[in-house]
Design a protein around this ligand. Structure first.
Ligand code: AMP
Ligand code: ZN
Length: 137
């Protein structure tokens, strides 16, 4: 499999592992946005988060929670941004699902989810929009 993260899991490319279990592998991001920036990946190769089976999502996020809690405790951090760039248009570069854990500090000058994009479109029809989206379920 010609996938960077599959090669990291297989040990063919070195990584700074911080955690591993049956289903996930977690390692330090090589280009961190904050100290302790960690990436958690499922060991199975799937490109997109929205393609994952529900039970696999559960397993992934149980481990993400555990890793985030561990990082916060050991590095004395009081918060983090936990997120996924889901698809190329959303900034996903490596086509293997990965969850970023970005430790946050009081003085880091960072933003929140609202700083990712700011093009809300029309907000006068939110009830209509919610109705459209409910149609998916
Ligand atoms: P994304 O934009 O969500 O696809 O992010 C991919 C992330 O993987 C980026 O934050 C990269 O810095 C990180 N990354 C790429 N190659 C490596 C590597 N060999 N070891 C650790 N992290 C990597
Ligand atoms: Zn892969």
């Amino acid at each position: 499999m010609d996938c960077l993260f599959c090669k990291i899991i297989a040990g063919e490319i070195p990584s700074y592992k911080v955690y591993e279990d049956e289903f996930v592998y977690a390692f330090l991001d090589i280009n961190p946005t904050s100290r302790g920036h960690t990436v958690v990946i499922p060991k199975i190769h799937i490109e997109r988060f929205t393609e994952m089976a529900p039970e696999d999502v559960g397993r992934l996020f149980r481990s993400v929670s555990q890793v985030a809690r561990g990082i916060e405790q050991i590095l004395s951090i009081h918060g983090s941004n936990i997120g996924i760039n889901n698809g190329e248009v959303a900034g996903q570069i490596v086509p293997h699902v990965h969850v970023h854990i970005i430790p946050r500090r009081e003085d880091d000058n960072g933003g929140s989810m609202h700083s990712i994009v700011n093009m809300p479109g029309d907000t006068s029809d939110l009830e209509e929009l919610a109705d459209v989206i409910r149609g998916a379920f």
